[in-house]
Design a protein around this ligand. Structure first.
Ligand code: NDP
Length: 347
């Protein structure tokens, strides 16, 4: 095989505020030869996740910070080009922490997480679904709703970032449980989509000045379940409406991620969060999908079934070109897209 060239984004410096092009360096380097128990993977799709912004901060969040000079961390799907592993062969499709690069080495001893062969179950859907509803995105929604939120028939469930990758799926699972689901999203178009296409009962535009009153009107009997993706003022207000015995699945706090380098005491819970929890005797529990690999098969089976039954609709936005990853990541913080954000790296 002629010497392949890897293009990758290496972390040049820790960002202050938003990640910019200056914080990463897009470089071309030779692909190393694989050795025993390694496989060479060509990345096909890369998932862009809000957590990427945290991983480049000097904080430990699900995984240690990406070291300066290292390839940017990211979850992807790829094709095995060459293998010296017993569990994968050339041509297999695999998913794992490919990083923001065109070629990755799958080596369970050296990688931060394992690569797994994508099972045939997924093949009826486009490959990109393996990073969306049938990947860590869908599994996050499944675990948060089933294990923590546990919505009951007739209860009111609120989902923030409802038009986003995780929120859109969490809300639809809530509907399947019989809850009345109210979404919160960032534009009238997104809200329309959340109700008309995803089947939520209503959706509040948090960019409308009167969003608090609108949320109050949409939840006249209070809130039993909060699937929290955003944090900040939105979470504050949702928590102030919790009913006694409510459950809060703390999935993410995207409104804070660009400030994770700030002093911890400037970005922690405001005092009224604790008061809301005290008054409602609510359960709040955070969770990280990467802690539960033993539950992935169960979640994928459930989500596949929902898609097969026509009960789960998902959106994705695919941007071409690995070089565009840093700029594309900003779209998650601008609220510019709906559903799962992916980079198409190779055909
Ligand atoms: P999304 O597809 O939901 O994209 C992010 C969305 O968040 C944006 O589109 C925007 O939607 C909204 N948003 C961004 N900034 C703000 C802000 N300041 N205030 C209010 N809304 C904002 O991303 P994901 O579905 O991938 O992730 C959603 C959340 O889930 C994140 O917090 C993420 O970190 C978390 N997560 C947690 C996991 C876990 O294991 N616990 C695993 C995966 C994700 P809009 O325009 O509607 O405002």
């Amino acid at each position: 095989m002629s010497q392949l060239v890897n293009h990758c984004h290496r972390l040049r410096q820790r960002p202050v505020g938003r990640l910019t092009d200056d914080d990463l360096e897009f470089v071309a380097e030779p692909v190393p030869k694989i050795t025993h128990n390694q496989a060479l993977i060509q990345t096909l799709f890369l998932s862009l996740d809000p957590a990427a912004r945290i991983w480049v901060s000097d904080v430990h969040y699900s995984l240690p910070p990406v070291k300066i000079g290292n390839v940017m961390r990211g979850i992807g799907i790829g094709r095995v080009i060459e293998s010296r592993r017993n569990d994968m062969k050339a041509g297999d499709l695999v998913s794992g922490l490919t990083g923001w690069q065109r070629y990755a080495i799958a080596d369970d001893e050296a990688n931060e997480g394992p690569f797994t062969v994508v099972p045939p179950l997924h093949r009826d859907l486009p490959l990109s679904a393996v990073l969306g509803p049938l990947g860590h995105t869908g599994i996050t929604a499944y675990l948060g709703v089933h294990d923590i939120a546990r919505p009951q028939r007739g209860e009111t469930m609120v989902v923030s970032a409802a038009a986003g990758a995780v929120g859109s799926i969490a809300g639809q699972i809530g509907k399947a449980h019989g809850a009345r689901v109210v979404g919160i999203a960032g534009s009238p178009d997104k809200c329309r989509h959340v109700v008309e296409t995803l089947g939520f009962d209503s959706c509040i535009n948090h960019r409308d000045q009167a969003w608090r009153q609108q949320l109050d009107q949409a939840t006249p009997d209070g809130i039993d379940v909060d699937f929290e993706n955003v944090g900040g003022p939105i979470m504050n207000h949702v928590l102030s409406r919790l009913n006694i015995g409510a459950r809060v699945a703390l999935c993410g706090l995207i409104s804070e991620y660009n400030t994770y380098d700030a002093r911890p005491d400037t970005r922690r819970c405001q005092p009224n969060i604790a008061r809301s929890l005290m008054v409602s005797r609510a359960l709040i529990q955070s969770f990280l999908v990467l802690d539960h690999p033993d539950r992935f098969d169960e979640a994928i089976e459930y989500l596949s079934q929902m898609i097969g039954d026509g009960k789960l609709t998902y959106d994705e936005t695919i941007i071409e070109g690995l070089e565009n990853a840093p700029c594309a990541l900003q779209q998650l913080f601008d609220g510019a897209i709906r559903g799962k954000l992916l980079i198409k790296v190779s055909e």
